[in-house]
Ligand binder design. Sequence first.
Ligand SMILES: C[S@@+](CC[C@H](N)C(=O)[O-])C[C@H]1O[C@@H](n2cnc3c(N)ncnc32)[C@H](O)[C@@H]1O
Length: 207
Amino acid sequence: MNPKDIVKRGYDQASLQYRGDAPGKGCDRYRDWLEEIELLVPAGQAVLDLGCGNGVPVASRLSQNYSVVGVDLSPVQVTRARRLVPGAKFLCRDMANAELPTPDHHFGAIVSFYALVHLPREELRPTLDRVMRWLAPGGIFMATIGFLEWEGTEENWLGSGAPMYWSHPDQTEFIRVMTEAGLQLLRTDYVPEGKIGQGHGLILARR
Ligand SMILES: C[S@@+](CC[C@H](N)C(=O)[O-])C[C@H]1O[C@@H](n2cnc3c(N)ncnc32)[C@H](O)[C@@H]1O
């Protein structure tokens, strides 16, 4: 199976194990990130959520103040998101080659939490080029990314019976590629998870 099919089928199968319909305790960490978006991005603007999952807690919160478009590869995630967040628009697309029904430079912010880590490495730069095309000048980009470099699969992910695939450079290399694409880094953070070093990086950037 190619990596994209592993990811799509994995989230189709593990959607409920990954996130319930209501925000659970794993969602606390999003609160500060979403507050920062709300401070930086005027209400009423358009926000794109790449790899939006079931829409909880990100699209559900941001759609209270913004016109939110969510993009996700997994039909099950998108079906759930449409039901759980009726105020946002969701597209079942691959962010690496999706055409969006919006003009270029439409979005005041693009967010992507725990999703870029599933992109085959060679698709990172082209995807960031698309982020540049979708973002308005001065627009904000916030994403959680791999902190250390890793590529591989895990069987029976979250006990779902399905495998899952990840591929990411380390944070330094991600920032290099992102800067080359034209985004200007504002700050980074480390998001701890599991054993030391297994956490994610958080980056905030501006177009
Ligand atoms: C770990 S989940 C995170 C969901 C959500 N962003 C959150 O933080 O709750 C990763 C999501 O990214 C989606 N995804 C992975 N690769 C993708 C791609 N190439 N295009 C669009 N969505 C993708 C998966 O289907 C999955 O729903």
